[in-house]
Write a protein of this length. Structure first.
Length: 247
């Protein structure tokens, strides 16, 4: 039986987040410049998004560019931004046809204007779609997001729009970029690195983690299906005992 057939549709995670890592090392292994790895990585994005749609996943967040990634060599940053513009403009119609709704998290204002404009167009084109919610994390870092949330909460308290006593988990959820999106139950990172790299720190408080040794350009929808089958074998206890869960 294929991994896809093994997926239990009754026990699907609502939201999967992926740290797409390893493009540079993939390029190095193939004696190519790093940018070539990023280009190949786009094919993995396309395949994985298609796979997510096939199994009826509701939310998929892809970590595409971190706040820290701005510190990479200028040539690589420029090439990544150009790749983003080209990919969004090329894929927007296909996403729309497949009922995918595109959104972003991160500091979108820090992106070059052509990039931001292309994104805004694709977001508004797909905003009424009811299938997969594809969330691109761009110029995103969790600490940045939390700082923004703290600033905005403080502002609302100072302006008497909120009392300090009202601040709870739900309020914090509402001040994050991911407002309205359920927390990911499952986080995947490729390339064999075992770290979170400033991604969704608040939101993954209870996520199941899976680290794949595959480099991102080698990752395909079958790998996603296999990961989901793995996820479905786990017991999520949320602090309870196994006996409590299974009674
Ligand atoms: C992930 O691949 C893509 C981005 C961070 C933009 P990397 O570029 O980090 O690839 P490695 O980790 O150097 O192999
Ligand atoms: C994390 O990958 C960010 C993205 C995948 C966009 P990095 O390659 O930037 O992470 P570190 O620096 O190795 O932790
Ligand atoms: Mg990396």
């Amino acid at each position: 039986m294929s991994y896809k057939e093994q997926i239990d549709k009754q026990n699907m995670p609502n939201h999967i987040a992926i740290i797409m890592d390893g493009n540079g090392r993939w390029a190095k292994e193939h004696n190519k410049p790093r940018v070539y790895g990023h280009k190949k990585g786009v094919l993995s994005v396309r395949d994985v998004v298609e796979g997510a749609g096939e199994i009826g996943l509701k939310h998929l967040t892809l970590y595409a560019f971190s706040t820290e990634n701005w510190k990479r060599p200028k040539l690589e940053v420029t090439a990544l931004m150009q790749l983003l513009v080209n990919t969004i403009s090329k894929e927007a119609d296909t996403l729309n046809k497949n009922n995918v709704k595109l959104t972003t998290i991160g500091d979108i204002n820090s992106l070059p204007s052509n990039c931001r404009n292309e994104l805004i167009k694709a977001i508004s084109k797909t905003e009424k779609n009811t299938g997969l919610n594809l969330i691109l994390a761009l110029s995103y870092s969790s600490k940045w997001e939390i700082i923004e949330a703290v600033k905005n909460i403080s502002k609302d308290v100072l302006e008497d729009k909120m009392n300090i006593e009202d601040i709870d988990e739900n309020i914090i959820d509402d001040y994050l970029n991911t407002k309205g999106i359920p927390d990911p139950e499952f986080l995947i990172r490729t390339s064999g690195e075992h770290r979170i790299s400033n991604f969704l720190l608040w939101q993954i408080a209870y996520a199941e983690l899976l680290f794949s040794s595959k480099l991102w350009p080698d990752y395909r929808k079958e790998d996603l299906f296999e990961a989901i089958v793995n996820y479905q074998k786990r017991e999520r206890r949320f602090g309870l005992t196994s006996e409590q869960i299974n009674k």
